[in-house]
Write a protein that binds this ligand. Structure first.
Ligand code: ADP
Ligand code: SF4
Length: 687
């Protein structure tokens, strides 16, 4: 069977109510930090998915009314008709590329803080809300419920007028009022909207019926529903009320978009959920209960897995958020038999972290994500070379690999050299740590391309000095030489009072551990002033290797950055389960051969731990030895420092930096300066 035949089932059309999806690839709604604040950027990003072959391209949760105000986060907004033109940008752009456009209408109830609108917060019952703000939600009375139904209906009509083909009712992620009414712990009502399951589902049924009445002749009505809260008997379970709800509403929507709640479970990272298709056990019953098409997610990147989902009758449409972010052209690559070219999502949730911080989406694997409009970047197309110059890239980590790959795609002759035995840099090293093996996909994707291209020569075990570079005779040099972890304990919490580190102290760095240079067996202290992710991963590794680990941090939790990637609770729980002792709010003061001293970050009161070796995870020093030497020597036409050597950061930032440098090669500095990205400016027209 040819690959084309093997995957042809994925390209069958699917009827969804009154509309037809041209194939089974369905980009489910996902947040992106653009929304109503940056509608042009969102339109261009969604259009890129349509161009890449997704049959349905959804926007993100779209507030239907000021009582569902998610400010300061940049989600969709359709409070009134004035929001239509911004959403039109997306529907027109998606239609132009031949896909259907879907909108995820939402009322967030007590998940919204209403900080902008200052409207009362609405909920099934009186309760403190999830976000820590000094405002409680109030129980909706019957007139509130009637108003909510009207708001949703009116928003559906506006969505149709904005050109959407598929209109959602949304009860998922523990973020929406329809779901809040379903959950007994949030709904303590005694009227016909509370108590029995049928009563708790009443509001959703009304929203579905009224959306259909309003727009169902031309638009499909989709229902996004979390079938399981993954809390066992403490929450809604797929085998019990989850299934009963699907049975109750069975053929009411035109499409079931099913997943698990809350968002950290739905968008689980590979660190904690390595299995692609990880939601299947929860959602596979849905198709047995409804005649309507079903879409589901689970980080699907393998076309074989997708086909098996269809053949086994689990799904009708292959849903994807993150796989479509990492590779907007995933359907097109499958269609044209370019499976090996798929840029597979690594499940790191850096995309989510941007939304969590209220800034435009970015992606570790796809540096063009979020840059479609403001920089005009296309994930598959890059400008051809401007001359026959040849380039040298030193360092085959994420920055060097991306830079070399894009330069080779542009047509330049590329020499890539690295001192290490294997390419990959920090990706190779970090992917050997617990839970991070999928991160190697960042290097694999780029190496696949580089190894295909005759214009590329790769040299490993090649530590280059300035003389070596001069000898090579290449006049355009990109240095992606990375960064190394400090050994002196200096970091974000210790600039005012650098720790005193005795020469006799047993100090290790993350680089030591990743190089296999391990502390002596016994008690070990990991000091995390980096506060991103690595220290907790190392603690996990050492605990699994049998060390008695104490994790010390000036922060008030383990790995605070991982709140943005939806992992923090799991990170901390993992360490607790592994028996790691946690010492938070503690700043390193001194380290000697037999003791380590900390101070409470609030009171300064000191505490001592005795007889342990120490791993210091504080900050990195940029590796600029070669850069400094080449600058001093001169004689090059261009010298570019990129990636962690330019600015130690996330892998996503290293890839981005490598990509940017390749795009800007042979563009004049003035043009680059003038070409800093486009911005969506606030209109100052009269209302
Ligand atoms: P980034 O994240 O910026 O891509 P990495 O730390 O992942 O950086 O990778 C840097 C790579 O550069 C490492 O693989 C390292 O071996 C290599 N490297 C550093 N200095 C030199 C040098 N002088 N010659 C060759 N390779 C080097
Ligand atoms: Fe996947 Fe990470 Fe990209 Fe998100 S940022 S799409 S999780 S690779």
């Amino acid at each position: 069977m040819t690959e084309k035949d093997k995957y042809s089932v994925l390209f069958e059309p699917v009827q969804i109510g009154p509309v037809v999806a041209k194939n089974r690839f369905y980009q489910v709604p996902h947040c992106n930090g653009m929304g109503h604040v940056r509608p042009r950027a969102e339109a261009a990003m969604r259009a890129m998915k349509a161009e890449g072959g997704w049959a349905v391209v959804s926007n993100q949760e779209t507030e239907i009314h000021p009582t569902s105000d998610l400010a300061p986060f940049a989600e969709g907004r359709l409070w009134d008709a004035r929001d239509i033109p911004a959403l039109r940008l997306m529907t027109d752009a998606v239609h132009d590329k031949g896909a259907l456009a879907a909108i995820e209408l939402v009322h967030n109830g007590g998940h919204a803080s209403n900080l902008l609108s200052r409207a009362p917060i609405l909920a099934p019952s009186d309760m403190a809300i999830e976000n820590v703000i000094p405002m409680q939600a109030r129980a909706m009375d019957k007139s509130d419920i009637r108003a909510l139904r009207r708001w949703h209906r009116d928003a559906a009509v506006r969505a149709r007028d904005a050109g959407f083909d598929v209109i959602y009712v949304y009860a998922g992620h523990n973020m929406t009022i329809a779901q809040h009414f379903m959950l007994p712990h949030m709904n303590q009502r005694s009227d016909e909207y509370g108590g029995s399951l049928e009563n708790r589902v009443r509001l959703t049924r009304e929203l579905l019926e009224e959306t259909r009445e309003a727009v169902g002749d031309t638009c499909a009505v989709a229902f996004r529903f979390a079938v399981d809260e993954m809390l066992g008997a403490d929450g809604m379970q797929a085998a019990e009320e989850g299934r009963a709800i699907v049975e109750l509403l069975s053929d009411l929507p035109d499409l079931w978009d099913v997943n698990v709640a809350g968002w950290p479970n739905d968008s689980a990272t590979t660190r904690f959920q390595p299995q692609d298709g990880y939601q299947n056990d929860y959602i596979s019953f849905v198709k047995q209960v409804t005649q309507k098409p079903v879409v589901g997610v689970g980080r699907f990147t393998s076309p074989d897995l997708m086909v098996s989902m269809i053949r086994k009758g689990v799904l009708d449409l292959i849903g994807a958020a993150r796989p479509s972010i990492a590779d907007p052209f995933l359907p097109e690559k499958i269609k044209t038999g370019r499976i090996d070219e798929i840029r597979e999502c690594i499940g790191c949730n850096i995309c989510v972290s941007a939304d969590s911080q209220g800034v435009p989406i970015r992606c570790t694997q796809n540096p063009t994500m979020g840059e479609e409009w403001r920089r005009g970047w296309h994930p598959e197309i890059i400008a051809p070379k401007l001359s026959d110059q040849e380039v040298l890239v030193v360092g085959a980590g994420p920055a060097g690999l991306e830079c070399a790959m894009q330069l080779s795609k542009r047509g330049y002759g590329v020499t890539l050299a690295d001192a290490a035995d294997e390419p990959g840099g920090r990706v190779l090293r970090e992917s050997s740590l617990p839970g991070l093996s999928a991160w190697m996909r960042v290097a694999d994707h780029r190496l696949y391309h580089l190894r295909q291209d005759n214009n590329v020569q790769m040299f490993m075990q090649s530590q280059l000095g300035a003389d070596d570079v001069a000898e090579l005779g290449l006049k355009h040099v990109f240095l992606a030489t990375g960064a190394r972890w400090r050994r002196d304990g200096l970091g974000r919490s210790t600039y005012r009072a650098p720790p005193q580190i005795d020469k006799a102290a047993q100090v290790f760095t993350p680089d030591d551990i990743m190089d296999g240079k391990m502390p002596p067996k016994g008690p070990v202290m990991i000091y995390d002033d980096d506060q991103i992710y690595l220290a907790a991963v190392l603690a996990e590794k050492l605990a699994c290797d049998g060390y008695d680990v104490t994790f010390v941090t000036p922060a008030n939790m383990v790995s605070p950055f991982t709140q943005y990637t939806l992992e923090q609770a799991r990170v901390q729980l993992r360490l607790i389960e592994l028996g790691v002792t946690l010492l938070i709010n503690s700043t390193l003061v001194a380290l000697s051969a037999d003791a380590v001293r900390f101070a409470c970050t609030y009171s300064g009161q000191e505490k001592e731990l005795a007889n342990l070796s120490s791993v210091l995870v504080t900050e990195r020093r940029r590796e600029t030895t070669l850069y400094d030497a080449l600058r001093q020597r001169g004689g090059l036409d261009t010298l570019n420092l990129i990636g962690d050597a330019a600015s130690p950061s996330l892998i996503a930032d290293a890839v981005y930096s490598g990509h940017m440098a390749a795009r800007n090669f042979e563009r004049s500095p003035d043009v680059i300066e003038a070409d800093w990205f486009r911005r969506e400016l606030v209109a100052t027209d009269k209302e």
